[in-house]
Design a protein around this ligand. Structure first.
Ligand code: AMP
Ligand code: MN
Ligand code: MN
Ligand code: MN
Length: 282
């Protein structure tokens, strides 16, 4: 039987709701053979995940999802199979974490101006690791009765033009790729259909990404429709990028995304695991 690859997932080290060990147990139960843990801007969950993977029959790919500012937008770049103790990568991520601390304070200040008090403490209560995310503010705002769901909270409070929005000042594309490549990882554009890019902007992003050393694009994603998957498969072929697949799992609170339950890569894509000698699950 083919090995099931899920190369994009989150734990409590960032904005997921399962601890790394619980995430691995769930992935194994779901039939995943190779799982990448790719928390936002941190490698803090990798050590626990590696311990949990040992002897479990599941292979863990240490990864990270780096927040990048490109063309006044936020883009996510996965680094797959990075060395989790690589100094320049860790230092780069530490800078993003510092920005997150400042941004969280600023989000809370802005929410307070629109009459919502205690948001910083509220978000911190939902944050189990070192990365403060808009997701943690969203959980607080749902608890506070501001909107019925995380999705609604984002729409009304946390996106551009709304009271709790603070623009990102993340890594440059070049820096993010330098960190990932130096740490031995494979850079992959995450969920490319989620940025609302026109065809020409997407081409520009992919060209600049390739020039900076990028090698892969997420063709199959928990957040891609069938048509988006086919579109990104065509992009991967025309730009000669390896195709990746990942659920972008954040926890059981989003039951419409499950670990390992992914469409197959469309014909003509070259899977990213063919770029490497990754371990195959026992
Ligand atoms: P941050 O990196 O802290 O700005 O938060 C980004 C995270 O928020 C993403 O990784 C998603 O998990 C989550 N997110 C972003 N937009 C939405 C949305 N519209 N609805 C629900 N979650 C979202
Ligand atoms: Mn997230
Ligand atoms: Mn993302
Ligand atoms: Mn993600």
């Amino acid at each position: 039987m083919d090995v099931c690859y899920d190369l994009h997932s989150h734990s409590t080290a960032s904005d997921g709701t399962l601890a790394p060990a619980a995430l691995l147990a769930r992935a194994r139960d779901a039939g995943v053979g190779v799982l990448a843990l790719t928390d936002h801007d941190t490698l803090d969950g990798i050590a626990e995940a590696e311990r949990a993977a040992r002897g479990s029959g599941l292979s863990l790919i240490p990864g990270v999802e780096v927040s990048v500012s490109w063309n006044r937008m936020t883009i996510h770049v996965l680094g797959l199979n990075v060395r989790p103790d690589h100094r320049p990568l860790l230092e780069g991520l530490a800078g993003l974490k510092d920005f997150r601390v400042w941004r969280a304070e600023e989000i809370a200040r802005r929410l307070e101006k629109s009459g919502i008090r205690g948001a910083l403490d509220g978000a911190r209560r939902h944050c189990k690791g070192g990365i403060l995310s808009r997701t943690h503010f969203a959980h607080f705002l749902v608890d506070a009765g501001r909107a019925p769901s995380v999705r609604d909270v984002f729409r009304h409070y946390l996106v551009r033009g709304k009271p709790g929005y603070v623009g990102g000042e993340w890594a440059s594309l070049e820096d993010a790729l330098d960190w990932i490549l130096a740490a031995g990882g494979l850079p992959v554009i995450a969920h490319p259909a989620r940025y609302g890019l026109t065809r020409s902007k997407l081409n520009r992003l992919v060209s600049e990404f390739r020039e900076a050393g990028g090698v892969g694009i997420e063709v199959v994603s928990g957040s891609h429709s069938r048509d988006e998957t086919l579109h990104m498969a065509a992009v991967s072929r025309s730009h000669e990028l390896y195709a990746s697949c990942g659920s972008d799992y954040h926890g059981p609170e989003k039951p419409w995304v499950e670990l390992g339950r992914l469409r197959a890569l469309p014909d003509g894509c070259t899977p990213i695991w063919q770029a490497t000698d990754w371990p195959v699950a026992a």
